[in-house]
Write a protein that binds this ligand. Structure first.
Ligand code: ADP
Length: 254
């Protein structure tokens, strides 16, 4: 079944002075999927994301989000998306409940902070301040804040960078739960293992261009169909599997 396209990007270009960071990319995001922009540092992933989020001007091209054209209706788009703040945006002296109430006020939504904190497994931390949280907890909290205005789409820019293996896996579960409740997720990552297990479809971005776009399985099948073989036999487990087996899967950052 054809899914509705909730984001359509056509021929998007972004120049910073003489430098063209995004070189005419086009892609669609289906409603209800986890869509990944993958690529090395400097590929243009954040720039693309921030343009769709209405936070950065584009040079040319067309962006349509849930039927609204970015050029005419940026305010309509802002209302239906959830964006992660840079961590410096959290008031240092407020605790988590107060921060969620503050965000609710900004969005003009009546919120029940405990519901959000429970969803991201932080209900033991209601009186903690943001700066007192571990890396994994900070990321979980910032995902909670993207959901406060009940958005149709959330944008996550490298949500697991710097996290330990348990915290990453917990965050993957959380992102899947968000998707399963009907929210479309657009995320960037430079971790290919993460994209492989988490993304329904992904675009591989390199030097401002999309060089491949499909589900991880199909991208891998296409490569294998060319006769590609890994240089040596793959081990049945990875060092990360060893680590997780030894240290356990439970939340370790609480
Ligand atoms: P990614 O998220 O894939 O790491 P970015 O979108 O952050 O890539 O950056 C793409 C390119 O644009 C990089 O070469 C970066 O240095 C450049 N760039 C990003 N922001 C600016 C800016 N405000 N001014 C000038 N160049 C920028």
């Amino acid at each position: 079944m054809e899914r509705r396209k909730i984001i359509q990007v056509r021929d998007l270009v972004k120049k910073y002075g003489d430098f063209t960071a995004v070189q005419g990319i086009s892609f669609d995001v289906d409603e209800g999927e986890i869509f990944g922009l993958l690529g090395p540092n400097g590929a243009g992933k954040s720039t693309t994301l921030e343009i769709i989020e209405t936070l950065r001007d584009k040079t040319s091209g067309e962006v349509i989000v849930d039927g609204f054209n970015l050029d005419q209706h940026p305010d309509r788009i802002k209302k239906i998306i959830g964006v992660q703040l840079q961590t410096s945006g959290y008031y240092p002296n407020l605790n988590l409940v107060e921060l969620i109430e503050l965000f609710g006020g900004l969005y003009n939504k009546k919120v029940r902070p405990m519901d959000f904190l429970e969803m991201v497994n932080l209900k033991e931390k209601t009186r903690a301040k943001f700066k007192e949280l571990s890396g994994g907890q900070k990321q979980r909290f910032s995902i909670a804040t993207t959901l406060i205005n009940q958005p149709k789409i959330i944008f996550l820019d490298e949500p697991t960078t710097g996290l330990d293996p348990q915290a990453r896996r917990n965050l993957w579960d959380l992102i899947r739960e968000v998707r399963d409740k009907g929210t479309t997720v657009v995320m960037t990552t430079h971790y290919m293992d993460e994209a492989e297990v988490l993304c329904d479809r992904c675009a591989i971005v390199d030097s401002g261009r999309i060089i491949a776009l499909d589900s991880p399985d199909r991208l891998i099948d296409n490569l294998v169909a060319t006769g590609f073989e890994r240089p040596r036999e793959v081990k049945k487990a990875s060092l990360e599997d060893v680590f997780i087996q030894l240290t356990g899967k439970e939340y370790r950052d609480d």
